[in-house]
Design a binder for this molecule. Structure first.
Ligand code: E4P
Length: 219
């Protein structure tokens, strides 16, 4: 499973990137709005850090013409931009056009298998089911991801990759991998939590104390 970091914060992206395990970045208007900088500047800086790895940047128009105009603009900022487009009829229409132009799209705000199938038919490179927001309203977000995976696996001509999104905790991350999601986009705080286990901390302290007591050294 590929791991994307779900943030527009440059410091967090640099830290996550330094771990060497990050395959891409996703942003959204809320995350970009927190940074207090021009959108283009944020996207270009993230794209530079990520090299050739994908960086999702979202359009805000809601009509097909507007979406196409914004998508072509955002896609021109860097070769690794993936344009994020909402899963609405005008968005799907725009994705059909953009996929024929070779512009990569992440179809966002997906909450059902039927919606995901439409995104895949339109030729979206990625589709992003929002599992945390589904859990918030009493649904099982991960069940939706599992159904989408099953549908995509049924057809050789559907090449859309699932980005499990709206991840809230480590268990979401693990379950995404268990159901075979192609990608999980993970908030930086959740990525940090993935490192931690009480027994790792206790174990390390004990090893270091025993080593010191025995007076050993490597060099
Ligand atoms: C990622 O592409 C989504 O925009 C993001 O995961 C949404 O997460 P949220 O539901 O925590 O806002």
């Amino acid at each position: 499973m590929k791991i994307f970091v779900d943030t527009a914060n440059i410091d967090d992206i640099r830290k996550a990137n330094d771990w060497g395990i990050i395959d891409g970045v996703t942003t959204n208007p809320t995350l970009a709005g927190r940074e207090g900088r021009p959108f283009r500047e944020i996207v270009e800086e993230i794209c530079e850090i990520m090299g050739n790895r994908p960086v999702s940047a979202e359009v805000v128009a809601t009509d097909t013409e507007g979406i196409l105009k914004e998508a072509r603009e955002v896609a021109s900022w860097a070769s690794n931009v993936v344009v994020k487009i909402p899963l609405i009829p005008d968005g799907i229409k725009a994705i059909t056009v953009l996929s024929q132009e070779g512009i990569k799209v992440n179809c966002t705000l997906c909450f059902s298998p039927a919606q995901a199938l439409l995104a895949a038919k339109a030729g979206a490179t990625y589709v992003s089911p929002f599992i945390g927001r589904l859990d918030d309203i009493g649904h099982d977000g991960m069940e939706v991801v599992a159904l989408i995976k099953q549908i995509l696996d049924n057809y050789d001509n559907l090449h859309t990759q699932i980005i499990t999104s709206s991840i809230r905790h480590v268990r979401h991350f693990v379950r995404a991998a268990l159901v075979g999601s192609h990608v999980a986009t993970v908030p930086f705080t959740v990525l940090e939590q993935c490192f931690h286990h009480a027994l790792t901390d206790i174990g390390l302290r004990r090893f270091l104390a025993d080593w010191e007591k025995a007076g050993l050294s490597i060099f």
